[in-house]
Each structure stands twice: as structure tokens, then as C-alpha cells.
Design a protein. Structure first.
Length: 321
């Protein structure tokens, strides 16, 4: 029992130490950061007012155009944190505090270490990759900051204040901000153009679809096609054996040649060589030129022969049964 008690005590102590450590870590981590208010945050008093205004204007324009915030933070040091971790933490906090923005970039200048860090929210890295940010730092920012260092060393060697070199720092940041803003604006315009193209294309496709599905001509065309297919089917079926669907042999035999006042008679002999199906049709014929004058007779005969045929089929059916 005593052993278990010791065990529990050790466990509780470990838990309390771990929890305490975590709370300490969180609190110091959050409180150890400078607060970010606005686009330019200079905690070193090295940036001249003119530069602050110019840089702020560029960032302001960028945020209005693209909803992407570019934040400049200048600190003497990031103790006790690594500059990169510090910048990442600043960016994460900024993003959480501004839910309405599309993206954010932080440029952090650590004066004591003489380093510049850029942190970009992952969700905008498709249009502004980290590699491009580093390119801007290497080409536009760091060379001018090196000049600032050189100038400061010369000033100090000459027994003067190093504040004369501050202009170089302002210029370096301004150049960097300008280049970042330009790239993002360009990419944003491209993105907008692409979106617009996709929208236009989709609208055109939708329009075409609506036109087709609601056009009267479409339905008329469909009806015509259906009728045509039906007629072709009927005609094909007529020359096919009704029992085995093989091709029928059709012979016409004239029994009586039509004369002026007397219609002629033709027998149509239908036979299937495959199954032996056999049928005969009586066809009343008329002399050429006779048709229009005796159209009534013709129609009457057609109707009569139709019913005669039906009757014959009916009888045949009865007989089969
Ligand atoms: Zn047949």
C-alpha cells in the first residue's frame, strides 16, 4: 500500500511539473512577443517618419487591392527566441486576430543579429512562394542593409553616432516592401483574370445549354427524327418476313391491265425462302392520268382492300386456333 502511495505521489508531481512548464511556456511565448498594430511596427526608433509613411501607403494599397496584409516588424532582438520562430509566431497571431484577411506576410528585422526574416501564410504561397520572398530579400533588401552596416561602422569609427546610417535601413525595407507588393499585385491580377475567364466560359456554356434545352426547334427536330426512324423501321419491316425476319421475295403479277373505264388488277406475291411464309395482296391499278379524276374510287379501293386484308388475317388467326 505504501508503495502505491509513493507511486501516486511521484506521478502527481510529474504531472504538476509538466503542466506548470506548459503554462509557463505558453504565457512567456505569447507575452514575449511585441504587439503588432498597423503595417509598420518599429520598436527600434530607427525608421524615419518619411519611410514609415511611404511603406505604410504601399501596404495600405496592397491590402485594399488584394486583402493581403504585409506587415513590417523591426525589433532590437527576439530574445529568447530564434528570429524565425518569433516571426512565425507573430504571423500566426496576426492571422488569428484578423479573420477577414485573405493572407498575411511578415517581414521581421532583428537589428542585434542583423537578420531579416520573411514568413508567409501557407495558403497564399501558391501565388507568392517563400522562395520568391527570399529572392526579394537577397536582391532588394539585404544589399542595402549591408550598406547600412558599412555606413554605421564608418560613422562609429569617425566618432559619430550611427544614426546617420538609419536612412539605409529605411530604404532597404521600402525596396523590399515595394517588390513584394508588386509581385503580389501582379499575381493577384493574373488570378483575377483567370477567375474571370473561367466565369465567362462557364456562363457561355450555361447559356448554350439553356438555349438548346428550351428551344422549340430542338423539340421539333427530335419529333421529326422520331417520325423518320419510325418510317424507316416500318419500310424495313415491310420487306422483312413477319415470322422469321428474313428478307422477303416480292413479285408483282399483272392479272388485268387497266383501261380507260376499267381498273386493272395486280397480285403481289410475297414469299419467304427461309421459313416458307407466303402471302398475296390484291392491288387495284389504274391507267396513267386516271388517278386525279378518280381519286375517290382509289381511296375507296385502298380502304376496302385494307379491311379485306384485316378480315383475312382475322379468319386465318381463328383458323390457326
Ligand atoms: Zn420467313
Amino acid at each position: 500500500m505504501q508503495k502505491l502511495y509513493k507511486y501516486l505521489l511521484a506521478f502527481s508531481a510529474a504531472l504538476i511539473i509538466a503542466l506548470g512548464g506548459y503554462v509557463y511556456y505558453v504565457v512567456t511565448f505569447e507575452t514575449g512577443l511585441v504587439s503588432v498594430t498597423g503595417f509598420v511596427n518599429d520598436y527600434t526608433q530607427k525608421l524615419e517618419a518619411d519611410f514609415i509613411t511611404s511603406i505604410t501607403n504601399i501596404c495600405q494599397n496592397l491590402s485594399q487591392k488584394t486583402k493581403i496584409h504585409l506587415i513590417v516588424v523591426m525589433v532590437q532582438n527576439t530574445k529568447p527566441y530564434d528570429t524565425g520562430v518569433y516571426a512565425a509566431r507573430l504571423l500566426k497571431n496576426y492571422d488569428e486576430a484578423h479573420p477577414d484577411i485573405d493572407g498575411a506576410i511578415i517581414m521581421l528585422i532583428n537589428l542585434d543579429k542583423g537578420t531579416v526574416n520573411m514568413e508567409i501564410l501557407p495558403r497564399i504561397q501558391f501565388m507568392f512562394p517563400l522562395s520568391y520572398g527570399e529572392k526579394i530579400l537577397n536582391e532588394s533588401v539585404i544589399p542595402i542593409l549591408n550598406e547600412a552596416d558599412k555606413a554605421a561602422r564608418e560613422l562609429i569609427a569617425g566618432g559619430k553616432s550611427r544614426d546617420g546610417a538609419n536612412e539605409f535601413i529605411g530604404r532597404a525595407i521600402l525596396e523590399g516592401v515595394r517588390a513584394i507588393s508588386q509581385k503580389i499585385t501582379d499575381e493577384y491580377a493574373k488570378q483575377k483574370f483567370t477567375d474571370e475567364m473561367i466565369k465567362q466560359k462557364k456562363a457561355a456554356e450555361d447559356g448554350a445549354r439553356v438555349k438548346w434545352s428550351f428551344s422549340l426547334w430542338f423539340y421539333l427536330g427530335m419529333a421529326l427524327c422520331a417520325v423518320l426512324i419510325y418510317v424507316i423501321f416500318k419500310v424495313r419491316m415491310r420487306i422483312r418476313c413477319p415470322k422469321c425476319y428474313y428478307k422477303l421475295k416480292i413479285n408483282e403479277e399483272t392479272i388485268e391491265v387497266p383501261e380507260k373505264e376499267k381498273p386493272g388488277l395486280t397480285i403481289e406475291v410475297i414469299q419467304c425462302n427461309h421459313c416458307g411464309y407466303y402471302d398475296m395482296k390484291r392491288i387495284v391499278t389504274y391507267e396513267r392520268g386516271f388517278y386525279f379524276g378518280h381519286l375517290y374510287e382509289v381511296i375507296k379501293d385502298v380502304v376496302k382492300s385494307y379491311y379485306r386484308k384485316k378480315k383475312r388475317e382475322y379468319r386465318k388467326q381463328k383458323y390457326d386456333e
